[in-house]
Ligand binder design. Structure first.
Ligand code: AMP
Length: 444
């Protein structure tokens, strides 16, 4: 199959040729004809599948072939993204695909001054990429009208809900014209997402390019059990042993990111960190330097790393497991992209066993455990499997010492609450769906 056979116009084909895209990916093969035919879409496509081109190419074609010229302070298509980084990345892709078309594109997000964005919108833009909060601000300040909107794309919709944007989405929904095309992309499909889709989409075509909630099979995944206090030491050991060149590392908290970066830099390792407390410009600079291989190790929280597309990233390390199991799929989706193979290593300590179990259940696989010599944990990580079972199996108790009569019984190395190091402060993901929720909320 070729892009031409999907009915794409010549200026788009020329752009794809420059980018070296030869064959459509499965999501593109399904999405492009459907979007060109005007259908709404509900697509289960994880990052790395080529989903951006899947919606952007037909969208650009429709905007070129149909509809009036964009009016002042208006947008003809809106792509909503959960984070600034993803908005920038999607915008960069859209701009590349549109390079031979007479269309204007722009990205708006929070954390930077709103005034230049308001100025830029004065003439109107054909495609606007936006994060939900800033979009609403611009709308309320009359810098943007949505009555000309032909198409709405919800990119990484699951993530938008996980980040607590359900209220913003409900507000945006009320701002939209009734007659429009809507395309929803999500890596995972929870009940909340299905509710959102039910409200926003009209007779959508469902596309599923990989089995629901299953992580990319181009990524080799394994786990190293380790005591929490030795994680940093193990990381440095594995890094030296494996001669890692470029690694994206995920830590659970902002403090965790800073602590690991400090430790690595203290050892003379070229590392940088990104998290939500850092200004946008600093985050972008760290990311650009990582992409340019000027930084070897980039440590990030989930929010900051969402949607990053770094070509040929060979390795992702979960320094901490994610609190939300779906984030595991997003994290490891940073590697093994566009047909490449990748590796994802998780350093797992005893008090993360429930997260490990949730991930195995979601991805329907039992992750291989590789014990690293000299790093065998004192606090054993209980056995887990894809059924969601955590097997807290004590080792056979040793015979009690008889001499002296006061010998303590050895209860083995399985974990109880007094046995593990204190947990990191836990962050509860915000998940509210006020407007879209039509029935009693089901627990995820
Ligand atoms: P996405 O899933 O949209 O984030 O895309 C993942 C990566 O695949 C991006 O770097 C794209 O540039 C690349 N890509 C998308 N479609 C194709 C294609 N048909 N051929 C080659 N690379 C592609």
């Amino acid at each position: 199959m070729t892009f031409a056979s999907l009915g794409l116009i010549e200026p788009l084909l020329r752009a794809l040729e420059t980018l070296g895209y030869q064959t459509p990916t499965p999501v593109q093969a399904q999405a492009i004809p459907a979007v060109l035919a005007g259908r709404d879409l509900m697509a289960a496509a994880q990052t790395g599948t080529g989903k951006t081109a899947g919606f952007a190419l037909p969208l650009l074609q429709l905007l070129t072939m149909e509809g009036p010229k964009v009016a002042a302070n208006s947008a003809r298509a809106l792509i909503l993204c959960p984070t600034r980084e993803l908005a920038e990345q999607v915008h960069a892709s859209v701009a590349e695909y549109a390079q031979h078309l007479p269309l204007t594109t722009y990205a708006v997000y929070g954390g930077v001054s709103i005034n230049p964005q308001m100025m830029k919108l004065r003439k109107g833009v054909d495609i606007l990429v936006a994060t939900p909060g800033r979009l609403i601000d611009l709308f309320r300040q009359n810098a943007l009208k949505l009555n000309q909107l032909q198409t709405l794309v919800l990119d990484e919709a699951d993530r938008m809900l996980d980040l607590g944007f359900s209220e913003e989405l409900a507000n945006i929904y009320r701002m939209l014209p009734k007659k429009r095309q809507t395309l929803l992309f999500s890596a995972t499909f929870s009940d909340d997402i299905r509710l959102l889709a039910g409200q926003m989409l009209n007779d959508p075509l469902s596309i599923e390019v990989s089995p629901r909630n299953v992580a990319a099979n181009t990524v080799k995944q394994w786990v190293v059990p380790v005591d929490k206090k030795r994680k940093a030491e193990l990381f440095v050991h594995l890094m030296r042993k494996g001669r890692w060149k470029q690694v994206l590392v995920f830590a659970k908290t902002r403090n965790g990111v800073d602590a690991l970066v400090d430790k690595l830099q203290g050892l003379g390792i070229n590392a940088d960190g990104i998290h939500g407390d850092k200004p946008q410009a600093t985050r972008q600079r760290a990311l650009d330097r990582f992409k340019a291989s000027d930084v070897q190790i980039l440590v990030a929280t989930d929010v900051a790393a969402r949607g990053l597309d770094i070509e040929d990233l060979p390795l992702v390390v979960n320094f901490d497991l994610p609190i939300v199991a779906e984030d595991y799929i997003h994290r490891i989706g940073r590697t093994g992209r566009a047909g490449n193979t990748g590796e994802a290593i998780s350093l797992v300590c005893a008090d993360e066993v429930n997260m490990l179990s949730a991930i195995e259940m979601l991805t329907r696989q039992t992750l291989t455990r590789n014990m690293e010599p000299d790093f065998e944990p004192e606090h054993r990580v209980p056995d887990t499997d894809a059924s969601g079972q955590v097997v807290k199996k004590p080792k056979k108790p040793k015979k009690p010492k008889t001499s002296g009569g006061g010998g303590k019984r050895n209860l083995g190395k399985w974990v109880d609450s007094g046995d593990v190091a204190p947990a990191e402060p836990s962050i509860k993901p915000v998940r509210k769906v006020p407007v879209f929720n039509t029935g009693p909320r089901k627990k995820k």
